[in-house]
Ligand binder design. Structure first.
Ligand code: NA7
Length: 560
């Protein structure tokens, strides 16, 4: 595409689910591609966070690529919910099968990128001290890739081993005979806790906020199960493309408040027994939009906790309050609550017993010193924006992305941010991202980006940028959809609440994967409505936007 052989068509950042597919798709479309990956292997988020018990919380049939029926047929998943190690093996297989490693430079971080207006290219600077020019920049950096350390004084003084779940060492540590402390009880903490309980001398859990944990009924897959799944892949994927969460799960419309207590109990018990991430949300249509309906689920799960945990004081500490069920991502585990019945597991409730500081021997709380040999920080990520804002990105007029996003990230459709032309964000803020099936969302975004680049090439267009007014309207729409749900009632990483000082704006688009996909397709079919397309340096008028965008603002129906 580029006339200048020294200018590459696309630089892809990252070699996880998104980066690999971007390399393949863009290369197949005839573009020259160079990818950079900070790690020394394939896998992205799964490469970094392969802590004990790390597993995906969607079923393997959904959390996998759909672009190649041959790949679907040949890959043998071992479990309903694959481990990080199995997902890495899968992604390595994908890289080898489609010869993607040729395009990847490992152990190399993209440190900076500057848009050179006179040439319509990005000048990219990498950690090996080199620079290169690219027409398009495609950060496929993932929403959960920059670990957030805990803000606890004295961490650097700890003399034992210390690890963050998001940067797990390649050489697996040993756990036997050790006193281990885990800080954080989100999805990562829960998985670490149920895996290490019983495998170390003593496990102490430091819990700031109790979470809702539902069973996942993970199990090995038999050849018959795999055969059945293969036979239905086509329909499963087709349905996933039009549903709210990007998985083949129908969402009902009826209210929990209209059902009898017996009907509700039957549905909730069924959701508990046949559990998966969306089980409870599939019981009734208003679980995520009506406080009273939501509280019925919350109390049902609290009862399960009271039944499971023998010590009433410990059970009480584990009861989640203060945010509606589902508005922080529920965790999946079949054994999480029962581990607290073990003598070698103890729970410190940080609300009543805060940490004072970390000391060389362990953690000092307001009730005294807890001696530890290993500290595990399961304290989450600078999610959704962190990976991009850690790159020094300068757009038109030298404007820094960090400055533009100082009050909160803004994008048009989660695909581009105005003033940063030819930079496509894969599953960026403002797209459904983590609130839909990520692998499905990634494919949808990469396909859209590749098709857009093909369109630009065919029409001799050098530059595409988001129209500012369209971006404003889209972000308003994102907020308007959230306001129809209970999601904004939680201090979650979806709105940056877990990172001190980060602007608090709900970033994932809740209008539903299917609706969103349709919106993106409609925009493309209308000649990239709401984007500004230009030849040379001369910007044409926006391909149109605001009026129809605002009219479209109702497209989401009920939020999720
Ligand atoms: P999460 O879900 O952000 O969980 C982080 C946990 O760490 C959560 O319990 C936090 O409590 C806790 N935390 C964070 N900072 C501190 C400090 N300073 N002290 C004590 N506790 C702290 O991250 P995960 O890695 O578990 O999961 C991320 C996503 O990966 C997940 O949603 C799935 O999509 C997969 P808080 O709730 O903030 O009070």
């Amino acid at each position: 595409m580029s006339q200048d052989p020294k200018v590459i068509d696309a630089v892809v950042v990252g070699a996880g689910f998104a980066g690999l597919y971007a390399i393949k798709r863009l290369r197949d479309a005839g573009f020259s591609v160079q990818a950079f990956e900070a790690g020394d292997g394939i896998g992205g988020t799964w490469y970094w966070n392969h802590y004990p018990g790390a597993r995906v919380d969607l079923e393997c049939w959904d959390y996998s690529y759909s672009f190649s029926p041959e790949l679907q047929d040949e890959w043998e998943w071992s479990h309903r919910y694959p481990t990080a190690q199995e997902l890495m093996a899968y992604l390595e297989h994908v890289a080898d099968r489609f010869r993607l490693r040729e395009q990847i430079q490992f152990n190399t971080r993209v440190d900076a990128a500057e848009f050179i207006e006179a040439e319509n290219v990005w000048l990219v600077r990498t950690s090996d001290g080199k620079t290169l020019k690219t027409r398009f920049l495609v950060p496929a950096t993932g929403g959960l890739s920059v670990p957030k350390p805990p803000e606890i004084p004295g961490i650097e003084t700890f003399k034992g081993e210390a690890y963050h779940t998001g940067r797990w060492p390649r050489k697996e540590p040993t756990y036997e005979g050790k006193r281990i402390g885990v800080i954080g009880t989100g999805s990562s903490g829960v998985q670490v806790i149920h895996t290490l309980a019983g495998k170390c001398k003593h496990l102490t859990v430091f819990q700031r906020t109790a979470v809702f944990v539902v069973p996942c009924k993970n199990h090995p897959l038999t050849p018959e199960m795999r055969q059945r799944a293969r036979a239905t892949y086509a329909e499963r994927r087709a349905l996933s493309r039009i549903t709210r969460f990007g998985i083949p799960a129908a969402m009902p419309n009826d209210s929990a408040l209209d059902a009898t207590p017996e009907e509700r109990k039957a549905k909730f018990e069924n959701a508990w027994i046949n559990s998966q991430l969306l089980g409870f949300r599939q019981c009734f249509g208003d679980i995520l939009s009506n406080t009273e309906a939501n509280e019925l689920v919350a109390e049902f799960i609290r009862d399960k906790i009271r039944e499971t945990v023998k010590d009433p004081e410990t059970a009480k500490k584990l009861l989640p309050y203060g945010f509606p069920f589902g508005t922080k991502r529920p965790c999946l585990s079949d054994t999480y609550y029962s581990v607290y019945n073990r003598d070698d597991v103890s729970l410190v409730d940080l609300k009543s017993t805060p940490i004072v500081r970390v000391v060389p021997e362990g953690i000092e709380t307001t009730e005294g010193l807890i001696e530890l040999d290993m500290l595990i920080f399961a304290t989450g990520y600078d999610a959704l924006t962190g990976a991009l804002t850690h790159i020094d990105v300068h757009g038109i007029g030298g404007r820094k992305l960090n400055d533009k996003w100082a009050e909160g990230a803004k994008t048009y459709l989660g695909l581009m941010t105005a003033g940063f032309p030819n930079l496509f964000t894969v599953t960026g803020p403002g797209s459904p991202g983590p609130l839909a099936n990520m692998s499905m969302s990634i494919e949808q975004h990469v396909d859209w980006i590749a098709d857009c680049m093909v369109y630009l090439r065919a029409h001799g267009i050098d530059r595409i940028d988001a129209d500012k007014a369209s971006e404003e309207a889209w972000m308003q729409h994102v907020q308007e959809v959230v306001s129809r749900t209970l999601y904004d009632k939680a201090q979650s990483w979806y709105r940056g609440a877990n990172v001190p000082g980060k602007p608090q704006i709900f970033l994932p688009y809740l209008g539903g994967h299917g609706n969103y996909r349709k919106k993106c397709n409609d925009v493309a079919e209308a000649g990239y409505e709401g984007f500004v397309l230009a030849r040379g340096k001369t910007a044409a008028a926006p391909a149109r936007g605001e009026a129809s965008l605002m009219a479209d603002a109702g497209l989401a129906g009920g939020g999720v």
